[in-house]
Design a protein around this ligand. Structure first.
Ligand code: CTP
Length: 415
């Protein structure tokens, strides 16, 4: 299946129209496939070409475009096709005019027609002048829309482009994305293929205390594990995210369990393992920990020799303790590209995981502490290449393969 869930972003004519460019990018980062519809006035603020380039899809700007008229039995009228194929309509910025048009059922341009024709959930992120926002007409229109089940992402308060201060600023883009993910996650849809699964994910790099102010850490940003958590939530799973310290915000809807050291992560994983149907060990767990962490800060008095003990292998222990039906996926971060597959296969055998995602962390711009990643999903019987892509898209590919493994080879997990 294509893991990317199609959504439609409706852009209206307001100063905040430029922020919709970021919205499209962040929706993509969240693993969604945004298509863009612009009103006529939106095109006076941002060009369709910008959204075309960012989204990779043609931008719909009118009910009367060439393709819009090309209806046939295999090619329905464009607004009906868009209405039927989209999973959510997100309007940002939603102007007072469009809110009024939606509330009163006008169908005078593509966006308003799409709103009437779609059965997908609708999310509106209003942005306008404070007086327009507070006007009883706008508020009454919003009440009508709320009663119809439209999700309103409340605007923020602050300095407005019109020079006034007050309510009416477009909500933060991450908030609009989080609302979209929540709405999609709660929607019964064909893409909720992980509904009923509990996915336990570890993320980030653990920290091993040397003294109260110093630790042994690594370059893991946690982005891959967080992307997996977001993707699993989008697909309807219950997600438990065991996270070492990161600079990231946990995706809305996951159960976050903080764990700093390898030992704490081990305790958390083993405690939650009985609930999990899938475990993905995306964390970069420290292989060593100081034997005698100091209670006070170590002074710089001369050379220092640290004695380190190996940590326990959480993945291996989880595999030994798992219940039948729990699929376990490990990661293998390697720096020797030539030996990537050989080393990953050895890890797969040694640890007994159902699959190992092997990635070469020595490639600049990929892997550790970067936005993108690539890898090989390695099982005992197959080797699936995941070419360089965003971590969000890679997360969906990993979940696709995990699910395929779970459905095709249930016996694997009962050995
Ligand atoms: N892992 C683990 N517990 C550890 C170390 C690693 O559960 N103490 C997990 C990681 O989360 C990852 C997999 O094992 O899913 C492989 O981690 P990696 O660091 O690549 O391999 P190691 O087993 O540590 O082997 P090496 O460092 O020798 O390559």
């Amino acid at each position: 299946m294509s893991a990317r869930v199609k959504v439609t972003v409706g852009v209206c004519g307001g100063i905040a129209a430029y922020k919709a460019v970021d919205l499209v990018r962040l929706l993509q980062d969240a693993g969604l496939d945004p298509h863009v519809v612009m009103t006529a006035s939106a095109q006076r603020f941002v060009t369709p070409l910008t959204f075309n380039a960012i989204s990779g899809h043609p931008v719909i700007t009118s009910l009367w475009s060439d393709s819009a008229g090309a209806a046939s039995p295999d090619q329905p009228i464009e607004h009906i096709a868009e209405a039927q194929t989209t999973n959510a309509l997100i309007v940002a910025p939603a102007t007072a005019n469009t809110i009024a048009r939606f509330a009163h059922g006008l169908a005078d341009d593509f966006l308003a027609t799409l709103y009437l024709a779609t059965k997908a959930p609708v999310i509106l992120a209003p942005a306008m002048n404070v007086n327009m926002w507070e006007h009883p007409a706008t508020q009454a229109n919003l009440t009508i829309l709320r009663q119809r089940g439209v999700h309103i992402v409340e605007p923020g308060t602050g300095y407005l482009a019109c020079g006034m201060t007050g309510s009416g600023r477009l909500a933060d883009i991450p908030t609009i994305v989080a609302t979209t993910l929540q709405v999609l996650g709660s929607k019964e849809s064909a893409s909720a293929d992980l509904a009923g699964q509990t996915v336990l994910i570890t993320a980030g790099g653990t920290r091993e205390a040397i003294d109260p102010v110093r630790f042994i850490g690594n370059n893991s940003s946690g982005r891959m594990g967080y992307a997996l958590a977001t993707a699993a939530l989008q697909r309807g799973a219950r997600v438990i995210l065991i996270s070492a310290p990161t600079a990231l915000e946990a995706p809305a809807g996951c159960e976050l369990v903080p764990a700093t050291s390898a030992a704490q992560m081990r305790t958390a994983v083993l405690a939650h393992l009985p609930e999990a149907t899938i475990l993905v060990m995306a964390a970069a767990v420290s292989d060593f920990t100081p034997r005698h962490p100091e209670a006070g800060k170590i002074k710089r008095t001369g050379p220092l020799l640290l004695e380190l003990d190996p940590t326990q292998d959480i993945l291996q222990e989880a595999i030994a303790q798992r219940q039948a039906g729990t699929t376990i996926i490990g990661f293998a971060a390697e720096t020797d590209s030539a030996a990537l597959l050989k080393n990953a296969r050895a890890k797969l055998e040694r640890k007994g995981a159902d699959a190992i995602v092997a990635n070469d962390v020595s490639t600049p711009g990929l892997g550790f502490d970067s936005e993108n990643n690539s890898g090989i999903f390695l099982t005992r019987d197959a080797q699936i290449d995941i070419p360089a892509t965003t971590k969000a898209a890679m997360a969906h590919r990993i979940l696709d393969e995990t699910l395929a493994l779970k459905t095709m080879q249930p016996a694997l997990t009962t050995r």
